[in-house]
Design a protein around this ligand. Structure first.
Ligand SMILES: Cc1cc2nc3c(=O)[nH]c(=O)nc-3n(C[C@H](O)[C@H](O)[C@H](O)COP(=O)(O)OP(=O)(O)OC[C@H]3O[C@@H](n4cnc5c(N)ncnc54)[C@H](O)[C@@H]3O)c2cc1C
Length: 506
């Protein structure tokens, strides 16, 4: 009979049926020690077979992507007990699918994100799982991240920092009483876990916790399309670079890729050679030819790959699932399958046409579709495109966003890609949910319009938002007030002492 505690302080509320029976282990072979004795478990079936646990912590963080990982670790460091709940079997969200953080630097090459985000990437580099941060004329900066390295470092950190983690646990229900979350329930593998906390932080990307709590949200009519990332090995990049040097039209924005200004590309092959942390956006001529020949399985104007940390390894960000709503399980399922099926056709076309890719092979397909945009929840403040373009840094700024406005069209191959003059500030109120008292949001589901999201959705900013939400939650708890009434100057002071950057460099 199993009665153990899964996590310290997590208690069982239900038990397996009693009466497991044991038989003698059969002798298999001398020196082999395997215990094959059968254990028959009397199974009550149905709801009574469900294992029920309950857990109570100061802070519950739901979703362990860049925002959630940062929030959970920071809240624990600030002295609070934390449970981090994640539906996948690994930590890191989109940071663990081969995407490199963009926008640690602003358009003039100055750091606009510090704190935990920068620390995490430095630790990754120390282990050889990142090639560090490089200036990029197109994306401000690229900081490479080995997908598997992210998972290993994240696991190491939650263990060493003492964050309690529940993996394979997807949020299934929320009880709201008197305008506050009383309990959230997660479900995984016939286990149901009731989670109680003083403050909850929604880091699910899609805002599932806020959604089930009844918070108001907005969603664009046409959402940015998701992508199934995949990894290619054995790419001869020098052969590709030589080809592109001889065919410079392969390194330009293609006319079909706008809504966007036709900025002459300042992107050069030398830059790729010089910086191992780079993102290649090119092959526009080849892609338009493939499209004309009916051999391009995806509505994309160019190949995008992110240079891996291992020789010949690239993470490909080129599948595209138009007209997808990732909050709808049928649409999500269709997109996962369609995206996966775009890969072999895309690889076949690239192998046949592009120098350097002749002998490449697919070594992995991301276990999760990468979702760029879904719900954005109403906070007590909202950050807008005007704030982004004017470089507005309000007094209650808790994170900066210095990346460009980068909005992929949900219905064709277009991308709205625009510079901002300087980083803008994200006000604390954009993290504070207006409809539920003890709920903060961090990451891409905060209170923002679609244009501001186009910048702040990058992972360094999401991590900075996670750090801000955790710091705010801690300060609110210490003062015995709700997040809405937390002292913003104390939050900012604490963030600065943790190395966060809250004011753009002059
Ligand atoms: C294809 C693609 C390319 C991108 N390119 C870049 C790039 O080059 N550089 C860059 O910096 N950014 C890039 N972005 C943007 C960036 O990756 C995301 O905006 C960012 O990861 C959002 O962080 P997050 O923590 O809010 O959400 P996510 O990274 O989505 O993490 C959310 C986490 O919550 C978990 N979760 C979700 N729902 C539940 C639930 N109900 N219960 C429990 N757990 C749940 C998820 O499994 C996941 O681990 C890209 C995004 C995509 C999709």
């Amino acid at each position: 009979m199993t009665t153990g505690k899964a996590l310290d302080g997590i208690t069982r509320r239900g038990f397996l049926g009693a009466g497991a029976t044991f038989a003698a282990a059969p002798a298999l072979a001398a020196g082999v020690s395997v215990d094959c004795r059968p254990q028959t478990v009397r199974n009550p079936g149905g709801a009574r077979a469900l294992k029920r646990y309950s857990v109570k912590r100061d802070i519950a963080v739901i979703g362990a992507g860049p925002a959630g990982l940062s929030a959970a670790i920071v809240a624990k460091r600030l002295g609070k007990s934390v449970v981090l709940v994640e539906k996948n079997g690994y930590l890191g969200g989109c940071l663990a699918i081969g995407i490199s953080p963009l926008g640690f630097l602003d358009g003039r090459g100055r750091w606009c994100i510090g704190g935990f985000a920068r620390e995490f990437m430095e630790r990754l580099a120390e282990k050889g799982w990142s090639n560090g941060t490089a200036v990029c004329p197109k994306h401000n900066s690229v900081t490479s991240a080995n997908a598997e390295g992210v998972k290993m470092l994240a696991a190491e950190l939650v263990r060493s920092e003492g964050v309690d983690v529940l993996l394979h646990s997807e949020l299934s229900a929320v009880d709201v009483e008197n305008g506050s979350i009383r309990r959230a329930t997660a479900f995984g593998k016939c286990n149901e876990i009731a989670i109680e906390a003083e403050i909850f932080i929604d880091c699910t990307g899609d805002g599932d916790l806020a959604c089930l709590s009844g918070c108001e949200y907005e969603m664009s009519k046409s959402l940015q399309p998701p992508t199934v990332m995949f990894t290619l090995e054995n790419v001869d990049q020098e052969a590709l670079f030589r080809y592109v040097e001889k065919n410079p039209e392969e390194l330009r924005y293609s006319p079909s890729a706008a809504n966007q200004p036709q900025t002459p590309s300042t992107y050069t092959v030398d830059q790729f050679r010089k910086h191992k942390s780079h993102v290649f956006v090119g092959l526009q001529k080849t892609f338009s030819e493939l499209k004309a020949e009916g051999k391009l399985p995806v509505d994309r104007a160019s190949l995008i790959y992110i240079n891996g940390t291992n020789p010949g390894e690239v993470y490909v960000n080129t599948t595209r699932l138009l007209n997808t709503d990732a909050t709808d399980i049928f649409s999500l399922t269709k997109a996962e399958l369609d995206g996966t099926l775009q890969i072999p056709k895309l690889v076949e076309a690239i192998k046949a046409r592009v120098p350097g890719f002749e002998r490449c092979f697919v070594s992995s397909v991301s276990s999760n579709l990468g979702v760029r945009e879904t719900r954005r929840f109403s906070g007590v403040r909202r950050v807008t495109g005007e704030d982004a373009f004017s470089g507005n840094v309000p007094e209650d700024t808790v994170a900066l966003s210095g990346y460009k406005i980068d909005v992929h069209s949900g219905s064709d191959s277009g991308v709205l890609f625009k510079d901002i003059a300087k980083p803008f500030g994200i006000p604390y109120g954009a993290l504070v949910m207006k409809d539920v008292g003890n709920l903060l949001a961090a990451g891409r589901c905060i209170s923002a319009d679609a244009i501001a999201l186009g910048s702040l959705r990058v992972m360094p900013t999401c991590m900075a938002l996670g750090q801000a939400a955790a710091t705010a939650a801690t300060i609110a708890l210490r003062a015995g007030v709700s997040p809405k009434d937390a002292d913003v100057s104390a939050i900012r002071k604490s963030l600065l002492s943790q190395g966060a950057i809250l004011q753009p460099s002059a």
